[in-house]
Design a binder for this molecule. Structure first.
Ligand code: CTP
Length: 399
């Protein structure tokens, strides 16, 4: 359980701070609130006191019996979240103005600070506000950017508070990053993910059912553990993990080239991508017309094996491969370990509904020269943790 200081400033979106607070509590964290006088015009502090079962900080003097409540709250917090953040509060943060309980507490915070702005579109787009956003960012403050939509004033545009769900998720990520062991600090890890698309013509391609979830989860975990992450991704509809350096590719040939480049200077590679094994020998430069040129047969040629190519040049570096199988999972994985020359194969039985493409869970086994370890079905985030644990072990064994 961690501690979140929720800083509520005065905008109509203040009522959404109640839902953010509940979301953080549901995730198991303790929340305490500081509010500006203007925020109290929108939501009474009684609401926050009832939700947190704790006094809300609105005044620096004599309110709680604590002579220095702003220092107490700033030291208690593992993360501070300003939600909603008005243009005024951001301007105060930039200039270091501390003229009420909220801004004084923020000035005293040494923990990570997240800011979720909400305001009228013209106030948001005003060069003064935009410059303040950039300054806050440059100081390491995380901006949870507002979205575009109908605003409380009736205007339509940018300035709407990000969804409660995403604000909670960003805060949980910040808490997570604080508590994760930094056992990959100083290491660079290449991860490839997703499917590849092999073009038949400009509008048709051969692909597969990979969604990229596993690879993206592993990339997020590697970032959380302090690694520099180079993510080479085929076409997927996932938001890349924050902090990863992403190269987007389409075909197996592009993925090979990007991976070879990214492996240069890296300490390890994890190949989760479902790379097409075959690609059309020829790809038409125009859309094929069935009335003009029948395509009854597509001649295919084998693609390069990226995992084998990285393993061939790995030297002392660690390379991990995946094996998605529907039967004889362990023997096939053992054969792949030998054939591809990598250090570890993560075998995955994709015939199971709790471990198939796109599912949120996986049932994996680690197959290496030292033997086979079968794990229970776990959420992909926990599978990612186990895989990174293994990678850390392999890297330590090399050191
Ligand atoms: N792989 C790769 N390049 C390819 C094919 C596969 O790098 N052209 C990698 C995958 O990223 C994965 C591992 O090899 O880490 C195993 O992939 P899989 O598709 O299960 O194996 P294949 O080599 O295609 O073998 P098979 O078709 O016999 O299952």
């Amino acid at each position: 359980m961690s501690n979140v200081a929720l800083m509520v400033s005065g905008g109509i979106a203040a009522y959404k701070a109640c839902e953010v607070l509940r979301g953080l509590q549901k995730a198991g964290h303790e929340v305490r609130v500081a509010m500006t006088a203007d925020a109290e015009r929108f939501v009474g502090k009684t609401t926050f006191e009832a939700l947190t079962k704790h006094p809300v900080l609105t005044d620096l003097y004599g309110q709680t019996g604590d002579p220095i409540p702003h220092i107490t709250l700033s030291e208690w917090a593992d993360v501070a979240l300003v939600c909603p953040a008005t243009a005024n509060v951001m301007a105060k943060m930039v200039t270091g103005i501390a003229d009420d309980a909220l801004s004084t507490t923020l000035l005293a915070c040494a923990c990570p600070v997240l800011v979720a702005p909400a305001m009228n579109v013209r106030m948001w787009l005003n060069p003064a506000t935009q410059a303040n956003v950039e300054t806050l960012r440059s100081r390491g403050i995380e901006l949870i950017m507002p979205t575009t939509g109908e605003l409380a004033c009736g205007d339509v545009g940018e300035g709407k508070l990000e969804s409660v769900e995403n604000i909670v998720a960003a805060t949980l990520d910040a808490l997570c990053a604080q508590t994760a062991p930094q056992d990959l600090a100083g290491k660079t890890v290449l991860i490839n993910a997703g499917p590849t698309r092999e073009a038949i013509d400009p509008v048709r391609f051969i692909a597969n059912a990979s969604t990229g979830k596993m690879g993206y989860s592993i990339a997020a975990e590697a970032v959380r553990r302090g690694a520099t992450v180079r993510l080479v991704s085929g076409p997927v509809s996932l938001e890349p993990p924050k902090g990863a350096d992403v190269t987007h590719v389409t075909s197996a040939a592009e993925m090979l080239e990007a991976c070879l480049a990214a492996f240069d200077g890296a300490d390890a590679a994890i190949c989760t991508a479902a790379v097409a094994d075959y690609t059309p020998k020829k790809s038409a430069d125009h859309k094929l017309k069935k009335t003009v040129e029948r395509v009854d047969v597509i001649e295919l040629v084998e693609t390069a094996d990226i995992l084998a190519a990285l393993s061939a040049e790995k030297g002392e570096r660690v390379v991990v491969g995946f094996a998605a199988e529907t039967n004889d999972v362990i023997p096939y994985a053992q054969a792949k370990l030998a054939r591809k020359g990598c250090d570890l194969i993560v075998a995955n039985d994709v015939s199971r509904s709790d471990s198939t493409f796109g599912s949120d869970t996986s049932r994996i086994a680690f197959v290496s020269a030292s033997g086979v370890e079968e794990l229970d079905t776990l959420p992909k985030s926990q599978v990612a943790e186990k895989i990174i644990d293994r990678l850390v072990g392999l890297l330590e064994a090399r050191a």
